[in-house]
Structures are given as C-alpha cells and as structure tokens.
Design a protein around this ligand. Structure first.
Ligand code: ADP
Length: 333
C-alpha cells in the first residue's frame, strides 16, 4: 500500500495504571506496531498530564507508571530506533498550546462530550472534580495537533474527542487567518471486536472496572483471569448450546486462536464445554504474549530513561516547530 506524503502518526495512552491491557493493545497499540512496520513515522506518547485529572494527589505514581507504560509499548513491538517514545510532560509545548486552545474552545463543545459525564461519575463528589477534566479533550487535541499527524490510531471510545480536535483545528485556522493545522484521520480498527474489546465480565474492558487481561501478567495470572471470565449464562452443562457473541472467552478466542471458527461452531452446537474453551484460550493467549513478556523482561530502567530522553528530544523538535507557527499566526508573542 502506498503511504501518504505526510507519514506522521500520533497516539498515546494515559499513565493512570502501570500496565496496559489487551483492550488497549487491540484498540490502539497493535495498530501502532503495524503502522510503524509499514514505514509510518510514529510518535508514541505516554500521557502523564492526562493521568493527573484523576490522580492529581499521586504525581509520583503517575510518573513511575509512565515508565511502565513505555515498557509495554516496546514489549508490544514499538522499536524506539524507528518510533519516538516519549512522555507528554517532557515536551513543554503541550502545556503552552493547551493554555492557548483553552482560551478559544467554546465551553458547550466540551460539556457535550459523553466521556466527560462518565469520568465525572467515576470521581464522585463534585468538589473533587478538577477543572482539567472538562478540558481533557482540549489537551488531547494539543497532543495531536502539535505533531500535525496524518492520522491517530485509537479505540472506538475516543471518536468524540477526535471530532472536537478537528473542529478546534479549523476554528484556529479561521480565527487567525492561517492554515496552520490540517484535519487528521481517525484510525479505529474496522473489526468491531478489536475497536471495543469486552472485559472478563463482558462490559467494555477497562482498568476502572477491574475486568482486564494485562499484557505483562505472568502465564499463571493470565490462566487465572481467563478462569474467572464470563461465558454463556445458559450453558451450564458441556452439551448446552453456547452463544459465542455474548461470551468473553469466545470473543478472545476470535482474537488469538487460529481455530476460532471451529471453536465457535462447536460451542454453538454444544460439542464443547466452557472449560475446554478456557484451556485452549489460555494456551493461545500465552503463546501470543510470550515474545512480549520476553522483550519486557529484557528492559531495564536505565534503558527506558535513555529511550524517553531521546523520544522527548525528537518530539520537542516537531512540537517547537508547530508552536512557532502558532505564535506567528496569532501575532502577539
Ligand atoms: P485514555 O482514553 O484516557 O487514554 P485508556 O487508557 O482507556 O484511556 O485508553 C487508551 C487507548 O486504548 C485508547 O486508544 C482507547 O481507545 C483504547 N482502548 C481502551 N480500552 C479499550 C477497549 N476495551 N477496546 C478497544 N480499545 C480500547
């Protein structure tokens, strides 16, 4: 496939947890690795400032988590020699452009974002809800536009934020009369089973629901998590018919087992039980994750610091060039 003239891609994950799960991998990270290997110019960010919206009382943990998330990127196949792996707060331009965008983004655009309401509920009492939570999509827009990417590979849940980003880009150009920003593409996996991976309980897989399978779990932890997974509730005995579409184990078989079509057929017809599905999934998933675990084990903290320093330098170069254009368009600095 021919690559576009602008081959830059930006994406990131929050460091609100030290470990990424297979939902993060299927929805986003797996695409990053594919795009990198196709020759795209990747900027893989760890969003530590974003994590502060829910963890502002624990900045040390956010920072430690950031190193662990970077390890997961590399374990999953991001090659720091090809792709810039960096931490958001190491590139100061994110904070500066966030301030400027927050002055020109209408409040109504932000109040309508569905994830804002959800996150508000997660935080509980209104007094705990920080000002930055409402501005989350503005900071995310900054993260993207500073790199002027061709596209942004993310899971389905991110689509509303990405729409606001393109609206802010066009608004900026219109307000200041210069085409500084060009709209970017959203790169959401076409396969719905990857765009929104179910959790062990069949809700969306999310660290806040504690229903995840983590990339860096040990083989035994993966086996134990799969044991606890939700299956067809009406399939009590081995020969009761299953409904693979509503069974977490079958959903994961589809992602990781070469024989998933046969497995689904047999499940539907009551020719196999949930125990067999779980056993075969454990084997397939552990085999899939093994090279990632090996790469992760080989990464020490000093190597990660070097990678992040180099990534931040590469990212700063791009971000600073964009900021110079922004200041020039606004003509007041
Ligand atoms: P944030 O959106 O704050 O970064 P996450 O850590 O939940 O939060 O998401 C990081 C990336 O992983 C995003 O691209 C998101 O769309 C993707 N993602 C998260 N959960 C899932 C899931 N269950 N299925 C598919 N993609 C997911």
């Amino acid at each position: 496939m021919e690559l576009p003239a602008n081959k830059r891609i930006l994406s990131g994950m929050r460091s609100s947890n030290p470990r990424l799960h297979i939902g993060n991998y299927e929805g986003a990270l797996r695409n990053w690795v594919d795009l990198q290997n196709q020759g795209y110019d990747m900027y893989c960010m760890v969003a530590d400032l974003h994590a502060l919206t829910t963890m502002y009382e624990e900045p040390g943990e956010v920072s430690r988590n950031a190193r662990e998330v970077a390890k997961d990127y590399i374990a999953a196949g991001i090659d720091p020699a090809k792709s810039a792996v960096f931490v958001q707060s190491h590139v100061r331009e994110h904070s500066e452009l966030h301030l400027l965008f927050s002055m020109m983004t209408p409040l109504g655009w932000l109040e309508r974002v569905p994830t804002y309401k959800e996150k508000q509920e997660d935080l509980g009492a209104a007094e705990r809800e920080p000002y930055g939570l409402l501005g989350y999509p503005v900071l995310q827009t900054v993260d993207i536009l500073l790199y002027k990417p061709y596209g942004v590979p993310v899971g389905r849940d991110q689509a509303p934020h990405l729409e606001i980003g393109n609206d802010i880009a066009l608004r900026f150009n219109r307000l200041y009369g210069k085409d500084v920003f060009t709209p970017y593409k959203y790169m959401i996996p076409e396969d719905e089973s990857r765009a929104k991976v179910p959790g062990l309980d069949m809700r969306k897989m999310s660290k806040s629901y504690d229903n995840c399978i983590y990339l860096s779990d040990t083989e035994d932890q993966t086996a134990a998590r799969i044991k606890s997974a939700f299956t067809t509730p009406t399939k009590i005995k081995k020969d009761d018919p299953g409904v693979p579409e509503g069974c977490a184990v079958c959903q994961y078989l589809r992602l990781y087992s070469k024989d998933w079509e046969t497995q689904w057929d047999e499940d539907r017809q009551g020719l196999r039980g949930c125990m067999q599905n779980k056993k075969e999934l454990t084997e397939a998933l552990n085999e899939y994750l093994r090279p990632m675990r090996e790469r992760r084990a080989a990464l020490d903290d000093a190597t990660i610091e070097d990678i992040l320093r180099d990534g931040a330098a590469r990212a700063t170069e791009r971000a600073a060039a964009t900021m110079a254009e922004v200041r020039d368009a606004m003509g007041m600095f």
